[in-house]
Design a protein around this ligand. Structure first.
Ligand SMILES: NC(=O)c1ccc[n+]([C@@H]2O[C@H](COP(=O)([O-])OP(=O)(O)OC[C@H]3O[C@@H](n4cnc5c(N)ncnc54)[C@H](OP(=O)(O)O)[C@@H]3O)[C@@H](O)[C@H]2O)c1
Length: 257
């Protein structure tokens, strides 16, 4: 049975490359893009999980689904895997740099290997993905680069030092890229989710305003299709939180656990 009955006819089978597609937001965006008729190139470290996802997508009537094992911390591998995806699908229209991890703990208490791994994955891994995509988009003359940041980018929060810093780096990097490609046919979108129910935060003590992953995936893909430049996800209450966080007095910030 084809569950993907609402495929649009006007997207001319666009293709999307997603990192971190084996779980959470990446997985849900893959399902959502497939439903909307896109060709998929999915990557993550766990190939067996991607194989199972490809099977279920194809059984549900998805179009082409290319999968590849990829650790985004290895920049040379990112170039190789992205190149293979371009060949497999003929072209890539959208790249979603989504892979990320969330290590939390106070500075000087969180083991430093986990600090380094957060930066290697969330910053270097994303930059490697963006770099490979941009080299391709500049030759192609067009493309849509999407980076998954976080509302954690808007202020350094106790216990969230390295995660927030990694996402602030993502937001800042993509802002620079957006300015660089302004006026061209290359578009840069930065999406900053609040809490969306995925394994990255399921052990957290508190998850204010958390939304189900199905809704999160739908909202993310809606925003990508609307070709927005920046957005919090969902807009309410996170757009307001994003404005309030930078002006929150340090004494109140320090009370956050
Ligand atoms: N969920 C939220 O509330 C929330 C809020 C703000 C921002 N975000 C961001 O959204 C993105 C996705 O997170 P999620 O919530 O979907 O978490 P998740 O369910 O834990 O998924 C993380 C994904 O990243 C992949 N990944 C981790 N390290 C990787 C590496 N070195 N190389 C390649 N892939 C790697 C994982 O796949 P493998 O383990 O198979 O490699 C997995 O597919 C992250 O960038 C996260 O910071 C999430």
């Amino acid at each position: 049975m084809n569950q993907f009955t609402n495929k649009p006819s006007d997207n001319n089978s666009k293709s999307v490359f997603i990192t971190g597609a084996s779980s959470g937001l990446g997985r849900q965006m893959a399902i959502e893009f497939a439903r909307r008729g896109y060709q998929l190139a999915l990557s993550a470290r766990r190939l067996d999980v991607l194989q199972a996802l490809r099977l279920s997508l194809q059984q549900a009537g998805a179009g082409q689904v290319h999968i590849a094992e990829l650790d985004v911390r290895d920049a040379a591998e990112v170039v190789r895997v992205f190149g293979e995806a371009c060949t497999a699908l003929g072209r890539i229209d959208i790249v979603v740099a989504n892979a990320g991890i969330g290590n939390h703990g106070r500075i000087g208490q969180l083991p430093f290997e986990r600090v380094r791994d957060t930066v290697d994955t969330n910053v270097i891994g994303l930059m490697a993905t963006v770099d490979a995509a941009m080299r391709y988009f500049r030759v192609q003359g067009r493309g849509h680069l999407v980076g998954i940041s976080s509302v954690a980018a808007f202020r350094g929060l106790p216990g969230g030092g390295v995660y927030g810093a990694s996402k602030a780096a993502v937001t800042n990097y993509l802002e620079a890229l957006r300015a660089e490609v302004r006026g061209s046919a290359i578009l840069v979108t930065t999406l900053s989710p609040g809490f969306i129910d995925t394994p990255i935060n399921q052990a957290a003590k508190s998850r204010p305003f958390v939304i189900p992953v199905e809704r999160g995936g739908r909202l993310l893909v809606d925003l990508i299709e609307r070709r927005v430049q920046t957005a919090t996800v969902p807009a309410w209450p996170w757009a307001l939180v994003a404005r309030l966080l930078p002006v929150l007095p340090a004494a109140i910030l320090a009370r956050i656990r």
